[in-house]
Design a protein around this ligand. Structure first.
Ligand SMILES: Cc1ncc(COP(=O)(O)O)c(C=O)c1O
Length: 417
């Protein structure tokens, strides 16, 4: 058997909160003006109280509301698939499993958090959400969630993507969102995620009817993504595996990696690996310090690995991995040695993505290609060592709206940053 499926009633009914079991506690976020720890009231203009509570919660498990489960049921539980054809092509004794998050309506894991975020805002009577998006994965996920709860959705899209990748914009508009290029005040700038966050936060902070929604980095976002790892644990058991030897995920802000990896943090026998682009090497070359989440310095400062909030990464195709900072949870796990981090140039990731497409048939998002590169190298290392390693990775999204990137790779136009 190569596909391990769970029934609808096996969607986790509670999220796994890693905060109480972190090997080292997280330092609190600081107010951008006073540099004092932020309290719930400081965050209230941007987020609903339920999410602020989750951000700081010490509860080991947090219930998933029934209305959220009803929507997650449209595509969850997602399949766990054994990549036997890839294993055979590599000639490895490793067993490779991937959790297929590409089956969601927006085509990536991002809907696991957009749905609860829209739900809690709706429950607090907030009619409008703002957000930023890079290549468009997060914007489409939030647009989908907002349409489910009848919320208005305004997306600030990094200008370079807005101009080069119209189909994600069309998808957002199909789900009723309004999309504008960012930065709004400088049409000559190609933009960056940090600038787009500033635009979206400024919009929400200056309107009474609006909140802001973030698709990665924050504790509550990683919390919502833990459905991935919780389901994967059940499915590995169905496959007859006691545990994975290694869990791998690409890392932009840390949400898909956190989703699959955090439920395994307590098991010291399981290695956890973050994969990032060498052109935006936050975990492998950044410094661990307090920094702003956005370019304009409007968000609280978080203790994390960062390349500096004014760092503008080169425009590689994996737009979702072009962020100067990283989740404080992921950063702290790397800092204290519980998680490893590796970086690859994009050419190597497309090579692995094309091998995956040719063996398993699925065309991954460029972000996902980063994880696949590390999986291939891990499987080859297992072959070299003659070891039957069990490798689990998160297939975070499909690449059907990223085919221009494949076109560049296949026709020798990719800049190998
Ligand atoms: C398919 C896919 N994978 C991975 C990522 C990286 O983000 P994160 O680290 O938050 O999972 C993104 C971000 O947009 C994405 O769209």
């Amino acid at each position: 058997m190569s596909r391990f499926l769970l029934s609808e009633d096996a969607i986790p009914s509670a999220w796994f909160n890693v905060l109480p079991v972190m090997p080292e506690p997280l330092e609190p976020p600081l107010h951008p003006a006073t540099r004092e720890p932020v309290g719930p009231d400081d965050l209230a203009p941007l987020f609903p109280m339920a999410l602020i509570a989750q951000e700081m919660s010490a509860e080991p498990w947090i219930d998933v509301p029934g209305e959220v489960l009803d929507i997650l049921r449209l595509w969850r539980p997602t399949p766990l698939v054994r990549a036997e054809r890839l294993e055979r092509a590599l000639g490895t004794p490793a067993r490779i499993y991937f959790k297929d998050e590409s089956v969601s309506p927006a085509g990536s894991h991002k809907t696991n958090t957009s749905v609860p975020q829209a739900f809690y805002n709706k429950a607090e009577g907030v009619p409008r959400l703002t957000t930023e998006t890079g290549a468009g994965q997060w914007g489409t996920a939030l647009a989908f969630a907002c349409t489910q709860f009848d919320l208005e959705c305004k997306v600030y899209m990094v200008r370079a993507s807005y101009e080069q990748k119209p189909y994600r914009r069309v998808l957002m508009e199909t789900w009723g969102a309004s999309v504008v290029p960012s930065p709004v005040d400088d049409p000559a700038s190609p933009g960056s995620l940090g600038l787009a966050i500033s635009d979206a936060v400024r919009d929400a902070a200056t309107r009474d009817d609006s909140h802001y929604s973030l698709g990665s980095v924050l504790n509550h976002v990683l919390l919502h993504q833990t459905v991935i790892g919780l389901e994967a644990k059940e499915q590995l058991a169905l496959a007859g595996e006691e545990r994975p030897d290694v869990v791998i995920g690409s890392c932009g802000g840390g949400s898909n990696l956190g989703g699959i990896a955090l439920p395994f943090v307590g098991d010291a026998a399981v290695r956890l690996v973050a994969v990032e682009p060498s052109s935006c090497p936050t975990l492998t070359e950044g410094t661990f310090e307090y920094d702003f989440g956005d370019t304009a310095g409007m968000t609280p400062l978080m203790q994390m690995y960062t390349l500096g909030h004014d760092f503008v990464p080169p425009s590689i195709h994996a737009g979702g991995l072009r962020y100067h900072g990283d989740s404080p949870i992921i950063s702290t796990l790397v800092r204290c040695g519980r998680m490893e981090a590796v970086a690859y140039p994009q050419g190597k990731t497309f090579e692995a993505a094309v091998q995956f497409a040719g063996t398993e048939g699925k065309v991954p998002a460029p972000e996902t290609g980063h994880a696949i590169r590390a999986v291939v190298d891990e499987a080859l290392a297992a072959k070299e060592a003659g070891e039957e390693r069990v490798i689990l990775f998160n297939y975070s999204g499909h690449g059907f709206l990223d085919l221009s990137a494949y076109d560049d790779y296949l026709n020798g136009r990719l800049i190998d940053a």
